[in-house]
Structures are given as structure tokens and as C-alpha cells.
Ligand binder design. Structure first.
Ligand code: ASP
Length: 316
């Protein structure tokens, strides 16, 4: 029996049964979120603080909505205007917030490992909303839920993760999750955008889209993360689109019912053709966003259930 989760810091520490438990609960939140009235008091009285040290549109909005739909008191820290700008360290900021007795901290940070470090210093549940190139667990979980609902299963699928793998925490978390659930994962992209040590990851690596997409059930495109590059990774955006941008011609190599995914934000005309992204028969990009809210509700709900169970144990 694996230990109950106190935090959601990454996919790495999760057991497949814990992944399935989050996805099963998330499925019920998808139905719940489709009701006109979508509010429960499950987290009523609890405080959730969102601390985003890096820009975010969908992840922050998604965590905020998730908390509000569960009845928590949600606060978004405006990190740009905070004391971090005055030189306060991450740990001091965390300790200050901890003293205000939140129950849930949702943290995004540009440095890999920063969220793990913070989780060791506070008393509440910490959810990693993306740390550097390390992990983005709720993204991988929402991708898994999207795949499971579209394909009817989450095992023995051919999944091609394409593009800027080296800089992507999304790729890393997905690789780990999809591997744990026994899928065949391939990485497709230029050698310059493959992480170091890719040969040890136990996945197939392709530098050609036609070969890499052959018979794929799922084609997962990644954003070219220019903010994490210091030049020289690609010859030009035009050339990149020509060789690695997903268009109808390249997609034709995948299975005829293959789904197309992208975590957003998208660079249309660089890693993906706008028409493919908008094609409701192939693209599940909007479903990914919908699943995001449900998965975050499920993750926070389960973490709070674990905490209540632990408190009751110590009271007996
Ligand atoms: N939104 C995702 C992330 O925060 C993917 C991306 O930015 O490309 O990692």
C-alpha cells in the first residue's frame, strides 16, 4: 500500500492506482461542471492561495475556478507586485504565507525543484503548477483524462510527443505518466530540442515527423519555448514549421482517428497549423482546457480528504 498523498509535486512519485483515482474522480467533476449550477461546499472554509512566479493564463484561471467551484476561499497573489520584487526569497515568502494558515498553496516557479523545496517548509498541501523544466503534474493528468475519454483507454496507445521536448515540463510529466500506464511513447523533434540523456529514457526518438507519427493514436504538439532558449536551437521559425509544424500532410501519417493535442499557449504557424488546431474532428485542445478544471478539482479534493483522514488518525 502506498502512502496517502500530502502534496501533488509531480507525476514521478505517483503510483498508477493514484493516477487512476484522480482521473476517476475528475470524470465525475466533468459532469458536475456541465451543470448550469456548479458549486459545492466540499472545500468550504478552506483557504487556497495561488502563487504564480511565472506568467500563466489557463493554469491559473483553471486552479482559481476549481477552488471556487469547490467552495474554497481563493486568493491570487500578485507576484509581480509582491515583496519578491524587493528581494524577498521564495522561502521567506512561503513562510509568511504559511503563517496566514492557508490549506492549499498552488505554486508555479521558473526554477526546477523550487516547489518541492517550498513544500518542505509549509504545513499545508502544495500543488505544483509547473516548475522550470521539471514537472507540470496537473497538465499531464488533464492530458491523460482527455486521452482516456477520447480513446476509451489509457494503455497500449501509440503516443507521439512532438517538438520542443528539451524545455518542456509538460513533455516530462506526460512521458512519466504515459509510461507508468504502459503506453508506447515516442519523442519527435530536432536533435537540438531533445533533452540530454534522452537515450536513457526508454522511449523511441525520431527526428522525422513522417516516421515519428506513423500509426500514432495521439499526436501531442508542444510549444516552442523561446523564453527558455538562448539562441541557436532552430535554424528559423519558417524552417521549423516546414519540418516539424503539424499540418494536414504530416498528420496523414498518424492513424485516421488520431487525436491532436496541445497544452497551450499555441504558436499557430510555428508548431501547429491553425486549421488543424481548430478542426473539431481531430483537435481536442478545447477538451484539454475543460478537463483541466475537473482534474484540479479532483486533485485538491483528494488532498484535502487525505489531510482530514490524517488529522482524524492523530486524534484517536
Ligand atoms: N502552459 C504550459 C506550461 O506552463 C506549456 C507551455 O507554456 O508551453 O508549461
Amino acid at each position: 500500500m502506498h502512502a496517502a498523498l500530502n502534496h501533488l509535486l509531480g507525476i514521478e512519485p505517483l503510483h498508477p492506482s493514484q493516477i487512476t483515482a484522480i482521473l476517476d474522480l475528475a470524470d465525475s467533476y466533468v459532469d458536475f461542471n456541465r451543470n448550469p449550477l456548479k458549486h459545492t461546499d466540499r472545500l468550504a472554509g478552506l483557504t487556497q492561495i495561488n502563487m504564480f512566479f511565472e506568467n500563466s493564463t489557463r493554469t491559473q484561471a483553471s486552479f482559481e475556478l476549481a477552488g471556487k467551484r469547490l467552495g474554497a476561499d481563493v486568493m491570487n497573489m500578485a507576484m509581480q507586485a509582491s515583496s519578491v520584487k524587493k528581494g524577498e526569497t521564495l522561502i521567506d515568502t512561503a513562510l509568511t504565507l504559511n503563517a496566514m494558515r492557508p490549506d492549499i498553496l498552488v505554486v508555479r516557479h521558473p526554477h526546477s525543484g523550487a516547489v518541492d523545496l517550498l513544500a518542505q517548509k509549509v504545513n499545508c498541501a502544495v500543488l505544483n503548477a509547473g516548475d522550470g523544466r521539471h514537472e507540470h503534474p496537473t497538465q499531464a493528468l488533464l492530458d491523460a483524462l482527455t486521452i482516456r475519454r477520447a480513446k476509451g483507454r489509457l494503455h497500449r496507445l501509440n503516443i507521439a510527443i512532438c517538438g520542443d521536448i528539451a524545455h518542456s515540463r509538460v513533455a516530462r510529466s506526460n512521458l512519466i505518466l504515459l509510461g507508468k500506464m504502459e503506453n508506447r511513447v515516442r519523442l519527435v523533434g530536432p536533435a537540438t530540442l531533445m533533452p540530454t540523456g534522452v537515450a536513457d529514457l526508454g522511449v523511441e526518438v525520431y527526428h522525422d515527423m513522417a516516421e515519428g507519427l506513423k500509426d500514432a493514436d495521439v499526436v501531442m504538439m508542444l510549444r516552442l519555448q523561446k523564453e527558455r532558449m538562448d539562441g541557436g536551437f532552430i535554424p528559423s521559425e519558417r524552417e521549423y514549421y516546414h519540418r516539424y509544424g503539424l499540418d494536414g500532410e504530416k498528420l496523414a501519417h498518424a492513424k485516421s482517428d488520431a487525436i491532436v493535442m496541445h497544452p497551450g499557449p499555441m504558436n499557430r504557424g510555428i508548431e501547429i497549423d491553425g486549421d488543424i488546431a481548430d478542426d473539431i474532428n481531430r483537435s481536442v485542445i478545447q477538451e484539454q482546457v475543460e478537463m483541466g478544471v475537473a482534474v484540479r478539482m479532483a486533485a485538491m479534493d483528494l488532498l484535502m480528504q487525505n489531510r482530514t483522514a490524517q488529522t482524524q488518525d492523530t486524534l484517536v
